[in-house]
Design a protein around this ligand. Sequence first.
Ligand code: PLP
Length: 409
Amino acid sequence: MVLTTTKIETIRKQFPILNQELNGKPLVYFDNAATSQKPLSVIKAIEDYYKTINSNVHRGVHQLSQLATDAFEESREVCREFVNAKSIKEINFTKGTTESINLVAYSFGRKFVSKGDEIIISEMEHHSNIVPWQILCEEREAVLKIAPINSKGELDMEAFENLISAKTKLVSIVFISNSLGTINPAKRIIELAHNVGAKVMLDAAQAAPHQKLDVQDLDCDFLSLSAHKMFGPTGMGLLYGKEEILEEMLPYQAGGEMIKEVSFEKTTYNELPFKFEAGTPNISGAIALKASIDFINEIGWDFIEQQEKALLDYGTERLTEIEGLKIIGTADNKASVISFLLGDAHPFDVGVLLDNMGIAIRTGHHCCQPLMNVLGIEGTCRASFAVYNTKEEIDRLYEGLLRAQKMLM
Ligand code: PLP
């Protein structure tokens, strides 16, 4: 157990937002799966950019533009290292996971998916990893197949193996479920997909803040992440794609930056990664994303994983002590997310009562309505922990839930 060390205190000092009262109570922030808080270094990176080097990138001959371009491209290199991609050509800046998945559905899907082909997703997907494939399948007359989960909220690997066939063109799977916390066996899924010649897109929105990513070791074809879930800014993220596949894909959006030459007769496209980055990018966002990765690297994965595991274990232990509380999602391999139901109480009511006590959790379907239908529930309460959370905050949640239970039952 790590939980209350001076290192956590030092980390918390970098998040001024955590040091405040809401509803007259010290804030407990347990909605990290929705978005994490931002350390001073990330906030400062945005401020410094606008104060000192704000300029458009890749275009200007003047010095400011060069400085902005250097900082922007330095971030790409740091992102490449973060996911261990072979080349910066494989790092495409996007608005986040949603845009990254849409990019693949549009640019890969419209080129490589045809009538009768199959795409596999799972029952635990976020809407952003369902709807783009539904639209694509409808348009291309392809078939969307849904891999089921078992009673613990784990992917049913036997059923998954049965779904996969020579017709499978693409498997798009969440690495860590935002609703259940399940960590999926990504390497095995990728291996099975590659055996039949299918490509794999990994939704790493929730994985990126919790564990080291290594796209070469995973051998995934695409991977997406969102900066705002890993201490970075909103509206920023990336799509990793294998260079040889990205080269073959159609552009996603068209306009400035993504072109080599334009005439009214014919346009040629820019090389990777610019081919997929039409228009002026989120420059400050990219620079702040680098700051968030620096922040993670400074803390170190070992510490993050150890601390989050301790929080998950302690949180699970305490919440299990509450009579009538049911944890939804009990996978053997789980990230620091606890979804639960408090007896028959509506999750919304529980969330409002906890909010009155200064405790921020998430309630509802967590953008996983089909999963909730499978589970036969409307939604859950969800407490999701980040490295800056503490044992004392979990005790506050425990006590808050006991009080909520008295009021609601
Ligand atoms: N996928 C998962 C698993 C998520 O948790 C989320 C956000 O909650 C998304 C995709 C969408 O991410 P974004 O809204 O940053 O595009």
